[in-house]
Design a binder for this molecule. Structure first.
Ligand code: BG6
Ligand code: MG
Length: 219
């Protein structure tokens, strides 16, 4: 959809992080792939698609289901820690060049219009990513995997974001690239703006290929 108009009756904007503001899926993939290789589990880039927007625990569950062995809770915890260590090594080298197209322009437009901005991410690493890409100062509130107990599609992360910026849920718009995130936004009663394709995000209220396509119209 070209030049999607998002009406400025929305006073809050909540952004997913991975896949919306930055392309970290490649680092998640490399880190999970390293673990999968060690465990002799076949794991491809296509398999990695299933992990987008999904919590770390659930991601590991999906990865292990591609193999045939069972692991104890303790082993699974170690696997997650090892994957995260590898992932953090990758994201430690990130900088502003990895911000996705249209992100900075949209954040600046929202600021000018005095629309409150929150992060609503499943990641427990959002602090490091926002710091390295120098995006952190745009946010009035940050809610990530460290703050919530229920993963998307549960609406908890977005409802908490709305609460932190003091805007009612029905006046918030959510920018999301994952199906589970679109479900979460809709369950929260927010406008769900999908960043992706009709095929991946059939339930989005508005669909754009990337944030360059968003235009905030004056009412
Ligand atoms: C989501 C990603 O934003 O965060 C998922 O799309 C990831 O792929 C999840 O599993 C949790 O991230 P982290 O950084 O806490 O392992
Ligand atoms: Mg995402």
């Amino acid at each position: 959809m070209q030049g999607a108009n998002v009406l400025t009756k929305y006073l809050g904007a909540i952004f997913d992080l991975d896949g919306v503001l930055v392309d970290t899926a490649k680092y998640h993939y490399l880190a999970w792939k390293q673990l999968a290789d060690r465990l002799n589990i076949p794991f491809t880039k296509e398999d990695n698609e299933q992990l987008k927007g999904v919590s770390r625990v659930k991601s590991l569950e999906i990865l292990l289901s591609l193999g045939s062995k069972n692991y104890t809770e303790n082993e699974r915890k170690q696997f997650m820690d090892q994957k995260n260590e590898t992932y953090v090594r990758y994201i430690s080298h990130m900088d502003e060049s990895e911000i996705l197209p249209g992100v900075v322009e949209l954040l600046n437009q929202l600021k000018r219009k005095k629309i409150k901005i929150a992060l609503g991410s499943a990641s427990k690493n959002s602090g490091l990513i926002l710091k390295n890409t120098k995006l952190q100062d745009y946010f009035d509130a940050i809610v990530d995997g460290n703050d919530v107990s229920k993963a998307k599609p549960d609406p908890e992360v977005f409802l908490l974001g709305a609460k932190k910026i003091g805007i009612p849920a029905n006046q918030c718009m959510v920018f999301e690239d994952a199906k589970a995130g679109i479900e979460a936004a809709k369950q929260a009663g927010m406008l769900a703006i999908g960043v992706g394709t009709q095929e991946n995000l059939p339930n989005a209220d508005i669909l754009v290929k990337n944030l360059e396509e968003i235009e905030l119209s004056e009412l």
